[in-house]
Design a protein around this ligand. Structure first.
Ligand code: NDP
Length: 343
């Protein structure tokens, strides 16, 4: 079976590609340049089951046409993972909303036009951000589940970069469900979405830490390199380990009961304070060097500042235990410290 993975060079996607190859799938990935694609192929030791295509910018109209003109007749499964995940912009439409929405639209259009008879399953990497707005996430009386939708509008989500990113995920996901409804007669695939909380965990290849770390991993990397007495921003929200996010991408198309579902990936709520506590407890070499905040205050902070999550439906559908926050943070920090010690 041939699986297409968009944005294959990203933090989550690399784990997905690795799991796909290990399970015996053939993978066609997309990356933004020849250089990035060559780099990826080299890391996977030129695995004969992996090939790469260039999709330079998912914001461009018909961005995926060429790939599906070329490979449409072999691809059975499409995992659309590419989307901008950064907050250093003030042009929210151009840099976040439009690429997210256009990318989703153009990959689905390309399937319809060039692979309608072959593609059976599409999985889109959405986010908890499509389920709840930043305001909802701080509402202690709000419960997020698989039926929730971020209520921000195209206009209201542009209040700041974080809301705009969340809006980009909402509108991209909505584009996909609408497309499915409007094109029932001309496509045969089923759709599932993966809606993860904050994703942490080790990079598949440690050297990804050296050249521009992805946004969610930077939250933990910054805690590891904080100086004693620094203030830190107490991020909070649902958490999930990247290795579980990857597993869920495979199960989403392998398990028939996941068709048509939104899979909300959350092991537990976390905050940065809890990560700091773990770092101070588990890494003697960091103790006394990094910030401590107010040890033990994490759970009270969450009770007072965070919504609740209910993803029993997803856990039943997927049927495996998610990794715990402590283990995830220990594995993430161990890799960071190892890379630091070598540089
Ligand atoms: P990364 O930034 O590592 O991956 C994003 C990928 O998308 C990269 O390969 C990137 O390419 C590509 N991409 C971004 N913009 C464009 C564009 N305009 N044209 C072509 N490719 C583009 O982040 P993650 O692995 O964390 O994110 C993967 C997916 O998971 C995203 O859809 C994200 O929204 C979602 N997600 C992530 C969460 C997290 O906490 N990490 C939580 C919930 C959802 P390049 O790097 O070359 O620019």
């Amino acid at each position: 079976t041939v699986v297409f993975v968009s944005g294959a060079t990203g933090f989550i996607a690399l784990h997905v590609v690795d799991d796909l190859l290990k399970t015996g799938y053939k993978v066609i990935g997309s990356g933004r340049s020849q250089e990035k694609n060559d780099g990826l192929l080299k890391k996977f030791k030129s695995n004969p089951n992996l090939s790469m295509e260039i999709v330079e910018d998912i914001a461009a109209p018909n961005a995926f046409d060429k790939v599906f003109q070329k490979h449409g007749k072999e691809i059975k499964v499409v995992l659309h993972i590419a989307s901008p995940v950064h907050f250093n912009t003030t042009d929210f439409e151009k840099d976040l909303l439009i690429p997210a929405v256009n990318g989703t639209k153009s990959i689905l259009e390309a399937i319809k036009n060039y692979a309608a008879d072959t593609v059976e399953k599409v999985v889109i990497t959405s986010s908890v951000a499509a389920l709840a707005s930043p305001g909802d996430m701080k509402d202690t009386s709000f419960v997020v589940n698989e039926e929730s939708w971020n209520k921000d509008t195209w206009e209201s989500c542009q209040a700041n970069a974080v809301s705009a990113y969340c809006g980009s995920k909402k509108f991209a996901e909505k584009t996909a469900w609408d497309f499915l409804e409007e094109n029932q007669s001309s496509i045969k695939f089923t759709l599932s979405t993966i809606n993860p909380g904050f994703v942490f965990g080790p990079q598949l290849f440690a050297d990804s830490l050296r050249n521009g770390i992805n946004s969610s991993s930077a939250i933990i990397a910054n805690l590891v390199s904080y100086k004693l007495g620094d203030n830190f921003y107490n991020y909070s929200g649902p958490f999930i380990d990247v290795r579980d996010v990857s597993k869920a991408h495979l199960l989403a198309f392998e398990k028939p009961e996941c068709a048509g579902q939104r899979l909300f990936l959350c092991e537990d709520m976390f905050c940065s304070q809890e990560a700091l506590d773990i770092l101070n407890e588990e890494f003697p070499q960091l103790k006394g060097k990094i910030a401590t905040g107010e040890p033990g205050s994490g759970s009270t902070f969450l009770t007072k500042n965070c919504c609740k999550c209910d993803n029993r439906k997803t856990k039943n559908l997927l049927g495996f235990q998610f990794n715990k926050f402590r283990d995830c943070i220990v594995d993430t920090a161990s890799q960071l410290l190892e890379v630091q010690s070598k540089s």
